[in-house]
Design a binder for this molecule. Sequence first.
Ligand SMILES: Nc1ncnc2c1ncn2[C@@H]1O[C@H](COP(=O)(O)OP(=O)(O)OP(=O)(O)O)[C@@H](O)[C@H]1O
Ligand SMILES: [Mg+2]
Length: 392
Amino acid sequence: MALHQSVFKDEAKLDINYVPRRLPHREKEHRLLMEFFNFLLKFPERMTQRVIITGEVGTGKTALAQRFGVDITLEANKRGVNFRYVHINCREYRGKLFLILQRAMSVFRPNFPKRGYSAEEALETLMQSLDEENAYMVLALDEFDTLIEQEGSEAVYKLTRLQEMRRGKPQRISLVSILRDLKSTERLDDSARSTLQRNVIRLERYPKGQLADILNDRVAMAFEPSTVPEDVIDLVAELAVSESGNARFAIELLWRAGKYADSEDLDEVEPECVRKAVSSIIPTVRRSELTSLGFHEKLFLLGAARVFKGSQKTYASLSEIENGYAVVCEEVGEQPHSHTQLWKYVQLFSALGILKAEVVATGTRGRSTRVSLPSIPAYELEKELSAALEKR
Ligand SMILES: Nc1ncnc2c1ncn2[C@@H]1O[C@H](COP(=O)(O)OP(=O)(O)OP(=O)(O)O)[C@@H](O)[C@H]1O
Ligand SMILES: [Mg+2]
């Protein structure tokens, strides 16, 4: 038996910690960050910078900061500036300033004692090390809200005041604070807040088209050629939009769908793989919802499930679904309901989040309705419905 080829070429490119070289649709923000630090590279001792990156879950805050970190370090090295970008997730250190600073210190002094020091002392030692090495640091504090929660305004003062007390000496530490919601800075007092919020970079939710671009990039890196059809990318992007434009969700879904394709020895990732992947992340079939449906509603949905199960396509036309329903009706000896009635069923199932119906332009002939089954595996839906119908 021939060994089955995986659809993956390099799964690591779908790892949540992988930072791609290019971040589609964040080019502008990346350029802006580089601009902010440009002056600093020219005259490093003269100034430091403070930037906030904010945006909802999965909008690329961490990835943007890390990409920037790599790029700014390269740029600094070219100019002979000893520059360190240190990315710290504050939540991993329970929002404790001392632990966070100790982590930053470990760049220079891996053996700095873990106990017996205050945050101020850690910060002073850090400054000393930077002076000794004539180095400059960008401290990227990810999930910064946990630090605010834990330590409040005092932490911000400590981070910024030390430099201000060193008048005449070179400035050393710049801050990039990363947080989902600026609201969490409302807990800070006015002066701490204004110290921080000089430059705010806001990342908006990714709309569907942008998610598709991000996915296409990853597909090219992670999958074998022609294993992920355009429609499937479309479906994944669509689902990620309903998860508030979360790119992490999109990438994870794509990876899981690939895993399902491999486990079934498929040559490509099929829409059914995506549905299985979604239902493994979010349980979508609510059995009670299915059993409470009317008889013909069940027949209609069963017809739809069979259409999707029997085809590799993501979308079906309304008439294909109607035909599927007609076949089911014939099997059980029922007279099919009218087209108008079926249209109501489609709307009902859209409202329940089971089917999705969109009106699309079709060439020159006008418009038609295309239907998809975004998040429930067709085989599962068929099984549940058959069981519900048998009980009757
Ligand atoms: N523009 C983009 N191009 C390519 N990949 C992206 C882009 N934006 C985000 N990603 C990827 O999506 C995933 C989530 O992004 P990231 O971790 O940066 O989100 P975040 O805004 O930090 O979310 P959270 O608020 O949950 O921390 C990562 O794997 C990241 O590489
Ligand atoms: Mg993040």
